[in-house]
Design a protein around this ligand. Sequence first.
Ligand code: GTP
Ligand code: MG
Length: 456
Amino acid sequence: MDDDTIAAIATPLGAGGIGIVRISGEDAAEIVSRLFRPTSGTKRFRSHLLYHGHILDPESGEVVDEVLCVVMRAPKSYTREDIAEIHCHGGAAVVGKILELVLRQGARLAEPGEFTKRAFLNGRIDLIEAEAVLDLATARSASQHRAGLSLLSGLLGERIRTVRAALLAELAAIEAAIDYPDEAPETASRPEVAQRLEEDILFPIRALIEAYRQGHVAREGARVVLAGRPNVGKSSLFNAMIGFERVIVSAVPGTTRDRVEETVEMDGLPVILVDTAGLREDTEEIEHKGIQMAWEQLEMADLVLFVADASTPPVQEERAILDTLEEKGKRVVVALNKCDSLDSEIAASWERSHPGIVKISCKTGEGLDSLRKTIVGTLLKEKEPPAVIPTLRQKRLLQEAEERVQGALEALRSGHPEEVAALEIRSALEKLDAVTGNSFDADLLDTMFSSFCLGK
Ligand SMILES: Nc1nc2c(ncn2[C@@H]2O[C@H](COP(=O)(O)OP(=O)(O)OP(=O)(O)O)[C@@H](O)[C@H]2O)c(=O)[nH]1
Ligand SMILES: [Mg+2]
């Protein structure tokens, strides 16, 4: 474990009001005291108190900036090490210069996420909370912000620790039955253990996996995939929704052959919008590939935005596409585009077959707001997102734990030796520990923390 003193700029670069240089490690206070001249003339910093003063370049004696400084002594700090922060003016040149001075005094430039990694390694937060910090630092929408905060509350960790404790108790019961088959109490009998495994362990784990399914849209954003026949205006709608000309629009059917995606926020919800090739039969090879890709995208969609053209009547092909989507259980919103040149008879026939259809025009912008509302309403239809929503990493581990518990249950119920169940339970315990970071491997930590931004 590294225990050198690290430093980084903790605020985004640019011209903010203030910028913060953060230092963590044994030498943090010492380094600051060599650069900082407090206005009060004090020699010793009291912990957690903000001091006014100036940063001086020790070599030239030149004043670099007027700042506020704070030292937070271990263990009452984010990393549980001594932390010092210099709050200076936010211009990139000033913050950069101060960081340079700090590094010259012997601190090492921190890796992305290294402050949070130390907080985890020093036991201040568990891995779930570390992930929550990442969530919060990168949250682009109100719902991501909420998902991050709920993880930081420690509720998920609490639930997992409860399940873990129950699992450990059952392991003890099974091992007692293996070691002392004649003396084992009634509560260690196979049916009793199996019942508790199911009710106290399997069901709560499944509930968390289900929470991911219900809530991942709030956390990671929804995939909204555009679909429809060629030339109905999918790419025009895509551009209109993201607010700039990202994809080519043309009067030639079959213009889009590739998949293009962009993230936008709709009413506080992150949405990954995907444009695809128009769906039709009988095409040349490249377009055919595009259509295949479009169907693959539709498989992954949380919602399909089906676009139709108000200047042509519904055709059999469109009916077939919509039927297929329905069979797959996809949520679909149908938009009737080109309403600026609408034929009232055609519009009426679309409205008859699709009562919820939203009339829009990419040309005039008409109806786009109500289309956004319909999309968000459909995505969030189910209900309020669950109180805790695991991340994808956590959900995968929970699924593995679920399989192991399931395995233990089957072993107990089908009369396999108790040892088989014990083995499965041990392996389920490992999976749960990996969620909270009770046990972890170095590779996992490296990948996880390296996705943090600098200074976090
Ligand atoms: N009048 C009118 N024309 C539109 C509207 N939206 C799109 N168009 C026109 O419809 C044609 C096709 O638009 P695209 O956005 O390329 O259609 P697409 O569905 O992406 O087509 P493919 O990529 O070929 O599947 C272009 O000529 C657009 O200018 C609209 O609201 N009103
Ligand atoms: Mg297109």
